[in-house]
Design a protein around this ligand. Sequence first.
Ligand code: ARG
Length: 261
Amino acid sequence: MCPPEYFTVEYAINPWMDTATPVDRELAVKQWHGLREALLGLGHPVHELAPEPGLPDMVYAANGAFVVDGTVYGARFRHPQRTPEAAAHRSFHEARGARFVAPAEINEGEGDFTYLPEAHGGLILAGYGFRTEPAAHAEAQEVLGRPVVSLRLVDPRFYHLDTALAPLDDGNIVYFPEAFSVAAQRVLAQLFPDAIRADEVDAFAFGLNLVSDGRHVVLNSEASGMAAKVAAAGYLPVPVELSELKKGGGSIKCCVAELRD
Ligand code: ARG
């Protein structure tokens, strides 16, 4: 996680970004601490990435890399505003001694990649269409040695995979089918017949942008319908308020990079 010290909404590359409404920085920082406390309270260690001036989107720490089995596949951002963030993530991972592989292809880390260790022997799901290049999916497969399933995103409001799909545990997912191409919807239905399907209300409440440890599902407090669905499926929803961060086009998952060492 990266504290939102320099966070503000400065540019519009993301249809969720509400550049007209000013961000209450104090509240943004308070909400971010609420998320941090919630994760710590569930027993998860949290490492902090030091924020850097001029990089307001560093708070969306999920986008800076993708880690599977201790190997770090670095990010290469699509937009120049975020490009320097990748080096900060690289330094973070190198300082902790992880194996880091620099990417040649444009990809936005966990924004567009996720990993399910128990789905079909270990599957990486990868989104493309807005940020990450499909060539990065092949590159990630070479670097990480796990099958990568490419999924085309078709609605600019779901510009990253993590706005439309999330693992609920090591083998199952929740997703909003309409964010994906018809072909990708078929692929998901084939691979995850037991998935939870979110509806438009859940998706627009940013309810898919969640973090789950397989039991507790941390999701933003506006997504009450999504919370009810995951509860009905046997998980424990943990709502966290993150309205200020939503103004920058991200929610819970966007703020959290998983280490998977
Ligand atoms: N303003 C950021 C962007 O548009 C938000 C990123 C949110 N992160 C995420 N993992 N979806 O790049």
